[in-house]
Structures are given as structure tokens and as C-alpha cells.
Write a protein that binds this ligand. Structure first.
Ligand SMILES: C[S@@+](CC[C@H](N)C(=O)[O-])C[C@H]1O[C@@H](n2cnc3c(N)ncnc32)[C@H](O)[C@@H]1O
Length: 293
């Protein structure tokens, strides 16, 4: 897939560039390189500057490398998790940077590849690891968790409130579950369809967040950001779930209260209707940005 491919459109692209306020000689971190869409757009604006393109998924990083080839000399690729990003930047000779971007969640390539097991739309092993070389798969987690743990997970990480107990009872009856379609079918049979959303959507999100320690990883990134970004630099984060957006909002509010950051916008930034029309996947994206003091 090339960067020009119509299927890959980086979300809130204009807004990211606007709020990151890219300087041609600056140093930027794209913590979630994915397919390289935002990385390429930042790199295009640089002259002597550098963008560190980070992703914990080696396959994504390879796609990002291919899709950003024309700007390769301005990009340093790094494979690793958010939690080790500040150390990696230091090792690369950038103890502080001028801007940090994170576009959370799975990429289009991860979501649409059955092999990676992120989505019920394509059948595949129930995996969901951003980095398939480490950790337990979603299927292995489902084998291990108790009724109470699973209900807690669906409610907290999946924003699945009323139906969590019913879904978990069905999962416990059906496990072991080894494929995405199996899990989707079990949830679909246990609970009715609600509107446009597939009944298994929240279950899949909850599992993905658990498998990849997404809450802890975002917490680590938010903890490190005010020291990693130099005064005057920006932190820009795009979230797709309200729980994640709340986590970002609370951290930003806390930094502002402590005098470590300056508020840049009053309301959360959402995609324009034209962007949602052209790319329905962008509809739940919420961007927040602050300037570090
Ligand atoms: C939504 S995609 C980014 C898409 C990208 N902005 C683009 O324009 O192509 C998010 C990427 O972040 C990576 N990722 C998610 N959590 C991560 C973490 N804790 N550490 C490192 N990378 C992570 C995923 O592997 C995925 O490739």
C-alpha cells in the first residue's frame, strides 16, 4: 500500500500540522508512525529538522518506511513502546524535542489484516498484539481471566456497560476461542444488535486495550511528555475512545493547573463533516493539544 493509496488517509491531518506548529528546523516525535501518513506530512515541512518515527509494530514501521521514502533523510525510525520512548530519544541524541504527536489505536493496515486478529470484519487468529513478538494474545487472555475480571474489563476498557455480564457469560461458555469470527459470533448470539455498531465492537476494543496495555502505555507517554518536549513545544494527541480522550484531557488539565503547559483551544478538536464523509473511520477522532511551558 502506498501513501498515495486512497485507503490510507491520516486523520485530522491539517489540524495535526496546525496544532503541532511544525518548524522547518525542529525535532519532532511521531510516537505512532503507523503507515507513516502523519510522519510524511511533518517530514515534508522540515528542512534541517528531524522526525523520529516510532511504532512498536515492526510491520507498521516497515510500511511507514516505504511510504515516507522521499523524505527518508529527515526521518529516524525507531521500534518500541511509548514507555521507552524518552530513553530512545536520548540515545538518538535528542533529550528534548519540539513536538510530540500520538494518534492512538490500531492503524488501518492492522485493522484490516485478518492475520493480526484486530477485527471481526476479517477472520483470523484472535491475536491483537501491536507487537506480535511479545506478550499474550487476546485468545490467551480470554482463557485466563475470571468472570469478574472480564466484566470489569468490558465495562472499563470497552465502555460496554449494560451488556457486559451477558457477553462474559457467553464467552465463558464458549471458550477456548481461537479466531476473531468465533468471538464475534459468540457476542452476536448473546446480545442484540444496537444501531450501526456491531455487538462485538466494544468487546474487541476492550481486549485490544488489555493485550497492548494501552491505558498504562498512554499513562507512561503522558507522564514523560512535559519533560521530553521543550518549553514552547507542543503535545498533540488524537484519541478515538472516550476513556482515552478523558485520560488525555485530565493530564493536560493537570499540567495547565501546575503551570507546566498552556491551553491552546477551548473545545476538543473534531474532524470536519467533509473529512468524516471522505473517511468515516475519522468520525470518533478527538484531538487535544497543549504547549509546554
Ligand atoms: C492509528 S495508528 C497511527 C497511524 C499514523 N498516524 C498514520 O498516519 O499512518 C497507531 C499506531 O501506533 C502504534 N502503537 C499503538 N500503541 C503503541 C505504543 N504503546 N507504543 C508504540 N506504538 C504504539 C500501533 O502499532 C499503530 O501502528
Amino acid at each position: 500500500m502506498s501513501f498515495e493509496s486512497p485507503v490510507h488517509v491520516p486523520v485530522l491531518l491539517e489540524e495535526v500540522l496546525r496544532w503541532l506548529a511544525v518548524r522547518p528546523d525542529g525535532v519532532y516525535v511521531d510516537a505512532t508512525a503507523g503507515l507513516g501518513g502523519h510522519t510524511a506530512a511533518i517530514a515534508r515541512r522540515l528542512t534541517t529538522g528531524v522526525v523520529i518515527a516510532n511504532d512498536c509494530d515492526a510491520e507498521s514501521l516497515e510500511l511507514a518506511r516505504r511510504n515516507t521514502q522521499p523524505w527518508a533523510e529527515r526521518i529516524r525510525f525507531r521500534q518500541g513502546w511509548f514507555s521507552t520512548l524518552p530513553e530512545a530519544c536520548r540515545t538518538m541524541g535528542f533529550p528534548q524535542v519540539d513536538g510530540l504527536l500520538a494518534d492512538l489505536g490500531p492503524s488501518f493496515a492492522q485493522l484490516t489484516s485478518g492475520r493480526r486478529g484486530f477485527s471481526f470484519a476479517a477472520d483470523g487468529p484472535l491475536d491483537m498484539r501491536f507487537d506480535p513478538s511479545t506478550g499474550l494474545t487476546a485468545s490467551q487472555w480470554l482463557d485466563r481471566l475470571s468472570y469478574g475480571e472480564l466484566v470489569g474489563l468490558l465495562v472499563e476498557a470497552g465502555e460496554e456497560r449494560r451488556l457486559a455480564e451477558r457477553i462474559v457469560r457467553a464467552i465463558l461458555r464458549a471458550r477456548p476461542l481461537r479466531s476473531t469470527r468465533e468471538l464475534a459470533r459468540v457476542v452476536e448470539e448473546a446480545v442484540p444488535r444496537r444501531g450501526r455498531l456491531h455487538p462485538a465492537t466494544r468487546t474487541f476494543m476492550a481486549l485490544r486495550r488489555l493485550v497492548n496495555r494501552e491505558q498504562q502505555e498512554l499513562a507512561a507517554l503522558l507522564e514523560a511528555a512535559p519533560a521530553l518536549v521543550r518549553p514552547g513545544g507542543r503535545v498533540v494527541i488524537i484519541a478515538f475512545m472516550s476513556t482515552e480522550d478523558r485520560q488525555v484531557k485530565r493530564s493536560f488539565q493537570e499540567w495547565i493547573r501546575q503551570g507546566r503547559a498552556v491551553r491552546l483551544h477551548k473545545h476538543v478538536v473534531r474532524p470536519a463533516p467533509e473529512e468524516v464523509r471522505a473517511n468515516p473511520a475519522a468520525r470518533s477522532a478527538r484531538l487535544r493539544a497543549v504547549e509546554i511551558r
